[in-house]
Design a protein around this ligand. Structure first.
Ligand SMILES: [Zn+2]
Length: 496
């Protein structure tokens, strides 16, 4: 007799009647919500003291909260691709469209192409669709775009600038299109992916959250959203330039205000989350569904010398929220302190609904942790490629990463490895117990040779495994960027 994993999950749940009809057999719908650029410690349920996230905190009290979830990349496209494929960035090879060296720029520096996910790679949407799910995504566009292949497996992938998910930062968040779809399909088994850029720069939360956390500021950073957009030129790039051009990075008062505006944006995202959840509940989609909330990366406020998310992988960028809500779970508000990775989300969800986990998935199911059991600790690896090997458009061989930064997190230690022109050039080591913000590089002192040898070995084995796997996938396709995509990228500051 075939044993259904869902039966296992059901043992976690209080048995109540639940009937579903539509595509596929039994099993819950899945809602995956990505709040872009949301560092974990910006939420109350992850330690923020200001009231930035009352609704997400309430949701966390009904969910399993992973206290140490690590993103696989520090920027949007590759991090989401890792969530969708359970592959590390150097395996799926998706990259952001930005001003990174050689990343699809023509001789004049104009972005003309990006790198599309190999169509052979199964995604969470394609596997769930094969398992009988109706699949849809409503996303903020920009670097979460069909042109980089993140639409693979979706029956509907809505990345229109005007879809209300805040890809056009001028408009306020309005999930009505996504919720209308949910209402139309609530009788089916669905996989719904929702994504918003609300906490992404420029930080322009609407009233009252624009002044909520720093009402006394009188400096130059624009605080009033309506006034900013009324004065700003229609071009996206001008908005981004105007916002950051008003910031004095050497003025602690400006830094304080930036953080307050970001906190206001997080509060705005929290209200958007509440609107989504309430709408899905009205549509009848939440109570029987698995709901996951995560972010693709965090945000930096000069902790390591930069703003926003420049591809680095320190704590403020790699540590993201991860909340998994199981329908009618017996245990409420449990937290799991084991270090987990975003590539684990894909196999976990498939495991929960008894769908086949692709053989090449590099993450693992967290079902034992959801059930209150333990899993063997594994190192968490993150990596960001700053420069890929340059290839001609006709060359379909697998490109190799040239310059990258990689982190390995194991226990309380964080190992950082920087590689330039394929050679290891610099390493760092941090102890999160004594140095949770990763400020004091232990390798500036003696006594860590054995630790270093261990982490080099872990990194090398990871690299070898990834390269073997990467070679199985096509070198990818060049995808010319649409005008809309370029405009969205300008609005988010990726193209100047
Ligand atoms: Zn992002």
């Amino acid at each position: 007799m075939r044993f259904h994993r869902w039966a296992l999950v059901a043992a976690l749940l209080v048995a109540t009647s639940c009937s579903r009809s539509g595509r596929g057999s039994d099993g819950p719908s899945i809602v995956l919500i990505s709040i872009d650029t949301l560092r974990a410690d910006a939420l109350g349920c992850y330690g923020e003291k200001r009231p930035t996230s009352p609704h997400l905190d309430a949701f966390a009290r009904e969910s399993v909260r992973f206290t140490r979830a690590i993103a696989q990349d520090g920027v949007t496209s590759p991090s989401h691709a890792s969530v969708f494929t359970s592959l590390y960035p150097i395996v799926h090879k998706v990259r952001n469209s930005d001003l990174g060296l050689g990343n699809g720029l023509d001789d004049a520096g104009k972005v003309i192409e990006t790198f599309r996910l190999d169509r052979k790679i199964p995604t969470i949407a394609s596997v769930l669709r094969d398992a009988g799910y109706r699949t849809a995504a409503f996303v903020g566009g920009g670097n979460v775009n069909h042109e980089v292949g993140l639409d693979q497996g979706f029956d509907l992938f809505d990345d229109a600038e005007t879809n209300g998910m805040n890809g056009d930062m001028r408009g306020l968040f309005d999930p009505s299109r996504a919720l209308a779809w949910a209402a139309d399909h609530a009788h089916e088994k669905v996989f719904l992916f929702l994504h918003t850029y609300i906490p992404h720069s420029p930080y322009l939360p609407p009233s009252p959250w624009d002044r909520e956390f720093d009402p006394d500021y009188t400096g130059k950073i624009p605080t009033n959203r309506d006034a900013f957009f009324a004065e700003a030129a229609p071009e996206h790039a001008d908005r981004e330039r105007r916002f950051w051009g008003s910031v004095d990075p050497n003025d602690p008062r400006d830094l304080q205000h930036l953080k307050a505006l970001y906190a206001g944006d997080v509060r705005y995202a929290d209200s958007a989350f509440d609107a989504i959840l309430a709408g899905l509940r009205r549509a009848g989609l939440v109570d029987d569904a698995i709901v996951v909330v995560l972010s693709d990366h965090g945000e930096e406020f000069l902790e390591h010398g930069a703003f926003e998310h420049p591809g680095e992988l320190y704590e403020e960028l790699a540590h993201v929220p991860l909340l998994i809500h199981l329908p009618r779970a017996k245990e409420k508000g449990r937290s799991v302190d084991a270090t987990v990775q975003l590539i684990d989300v894909f196999p976990t969800l498939l495991d929960l609904v008894d769908a086949p986990i692709p053989r090449n998935a590099q993450g693992r199911s967290l079902l034992p942790l959801l059930r209150g059991q333990s899993l063997e600790p594994l190192p968490a690896v993150s990596e960001h490629v700053f420069r890929w090997e340059t290839r001609s458009a006709e060359d379909r061989t697998v490109p190799m990463p040239q310059d990258l930064v990689r982190t390995v997190r194991e226990g309380n230690l964080v190992y950082v490895q920087r590689i330039a022109n394929t050679y290891r050039v610099r390493e760092e080591l941090y102890d999160r117990c004594s140095d949770p913000r990763e400020q004091h590089d232990l390798l500036k002192g003696p006594g860590y040779d054995d630790v270093l040898a261990h982490f080099r070995d872990v990194a090398q084995k990871h690299d070898e495994r990834c390269r073997d796997l990467a070679a199985q996938f096509d070198g990818g396709e060049s995808a010319e960027l649409s005008r809309q995509h370029v405009e969205e990228l300008k609005g988010l500051g990726y193209i100047k």
